[in-house]
Design a protein around this ligand. Structure first.
Ligand SMILES: Nc1ncnc2c1ncn2[C@@H]1O[C@H](COP(=O)(O)OP(=O)(O)OP(=O)(O)O)[C@@H](O)[C@H]1O
Ligand SMILES: [Mg+2]
Length: 239
């Protein structure tokens, strides 16, 4: 589903060139829920941005569903992103003056009119994320937890191949974080939604099938639930 090979990203800061990703190799299977953890500045968001086609690598390949993101023109990448990828960010990034419903519908407008089928999908998502009562409310009047539920519904409205989430629970209290993680898990289990989530929260990472521990621009350790070392790893991490 996602195949990242020898992914390298350098940023120029003045005269200085910093290598933020140092040849990352990573495969993510269809239907997998992967968490990426690691210290601040280790390159997690940069990796997610590249996987989401929001930025281009200095070297290396990113394949999603057999298509090389790094070989696309900017326009092709924009279309691919719109049709195939869903994004959730720490700060929700909703359009404040639009309603819940309008925010969720927003990604669909680029592809033309709202069909009956699409309207049905929007209604289903509103229900799925528990926003039925407030679908006509403006986004800027919502709590953080509610805003993130809107953002998740918006990210899923195009039935994306991959949902990419950068610290989706970073601004939420425990109860709201738990609710958001529960929603992600439901979409993962019931629709086999592929999810890649960056998080600082070991509790959040515990919902994933696999935790990738990032350090200094590369993968330091991979822990998978199936391998049975997951519980041990979590125990060590918490200790
Ligand atoms: N556009 C940019 N220009 C220059 N340097 C950048 C740019 N984006 C990121 N960096 C640098 O790349 C490094 C990795 O940043 P990144 O945002 O990927 O880290 P992160 O692991 O997501 O950290 P955090 O946990 O704090 O979000 C940092 O040193 C950062 O300063
Ligand atoms: Mg980050």
């Amino acid at each position: 589903m996602i195949k990242v090979s020898n992914l390298t990203k350098e940023f120029l800061q003045g005269q200085e060139r910093t290598r933020v990703l140092k040849g990352v190799d990573l495969n993510i299977k269809k239907g997998e829920f992967v968490a990426i953890m690691g210290p601040s500045g280790s390159g997690k968001s940069t990796l997610l941005q590249l996987m989401g086609g929001l930025d281009v690598p200095t070297a290396g390949d990113i394949q999603i569903d057999g298509k090389y993101l790094n070989k696309m023109s900017e326009k092709e990448r924009t279309i691919f992103r719109r049709q195939k990828l869903g994004f959730v960010f720490q700060n929700y990034q909703l359009l404040p003056t639009l309603t819940v419903e309008e925010n969720i519908a927003f990604p669909l407008h680029a592809d033309g009119k709202l069909t009956k089928e699409k309207s049905r999908v929007i209604q289903e998502l509103i229900q799925a994320v528990g926003l039925e009562g407030i679908h006509r409310k403006r986004a800027n009047l919502l709590s953080g937890g509610q805003q993130q539920r809107v953002a998740i519904a918006r990210a899923l409205v195009n039935s994306p191949t991959v949902l990419l989430a950068d610290e989706p629970t970073g601004n939420l209290d425990r109860a709201n974080a738990e609710e958001i993680l529960r929603l992600l898990t439901v979409f993962h289990r019931e629709n086999r939604q592929t999810i890649v989530m960056v998080t600082h929260d070991i509790f959040a990472a515990g919902f994933a099938d696999r935790i990738i521990l990032f350090r200094d621009g590369g993968i330091d350790q991979v822990v998978s639930r199936e391998e049975g070392d997951y519980a041990k790893y979590l125990a060590n991490f918490m200790a």
